[in-house]
Ligand binder design. Structure first.
Ligand code: HEC
Ligand code: HEC
Length: 79
C-alpha cells in the first residue's frame, strides 16, 4: 500500500514538472521566401544549405553567442 501511494505521488510530481516546463523559446525556421523550400525537405538535406548563408562571411551570420550549431533544425523547428 505504502509503495503504491509513493508511486502515485511520484507520478503526480513528474506530471506537474513536465506540465510546467517553459514553452519553447527558440525561434522557428522562418517561413519566408528564402526558407520556404527547406520546409518541404528532409531535415538533414535542408541543413546542408543553412551554412551557405549562415556563416561568418555569409549574408546572415549567426550571433556570436550562438549555441553549438550542429543540426540546426533540432532547435529551430520547422512549422
Ligand atoms: C539563401 C541564404 C539562406 C539560407 C540557405 C538559409 N538562410 Fe536562414 N536566413 C537568411 C537571411 C537573409 C535571414 C534574415 C532575414 C530573414 O529572416 O529571412 C535568415 C534568417 C534566419 C533565422 C532567423 C529568423 C529571425 O527571426 O531572426 C533563422 C532561425 C534561420 N535563418 C535559420 C535557417 C536554417 C535552419 C537554414 C537551413 C535549413 C537556413 N536558415 C538557410 C538566409 C538564408
Ligand atoms: C542547440 C540549439 C541550436 C542549434 C543546433 C542551432 N541553433 Fe540557431 N539559435 C539557437 C538559439 C538559442 C538562438 C538565440 C536566439 C533565440 O532565442 O532563439 C539561435 C539564434 C540563431 C539565429 C539568429 C536569430 C536572430 O534573430 O538573431 C540564426 C540565424 C540561427 N540561430 C540559425 C541557425 C543555423 C543556420 C543553425 C545550423 C547551422 C542553427 N541555428 C543551429 C539555438 C540553436
Amino acid at each position: 500500500m505504502i509503495y503504491n501511494l509513493a508511486f502515485l505521488a511520484f507520478c503526480t510530481g513528474l506530471l506537474l514538472f513536465l506540465w510546467n516546463a517553459p514553452p519553447e523559446t527558440t525561434i522557428k525556421l522562418p517561413n519566408d521566401e528564402i526558407h520556404a523550400r527547406f520546409h518541404h525537405m528532409k531535415k538533414r538535406d535542408a541543413e546542408a544549405f543553412c551554412i551557405k548563408c549562415h556563416n561568418p562571411k555569409g549574408t546572415a551570420p549567426l550571433p556570436k553567442n550562438h549555441p553549438p550549431k550542429y543540426r540546426c533544425l533540432f532547435c529551430h523547428k520547422v512549422g
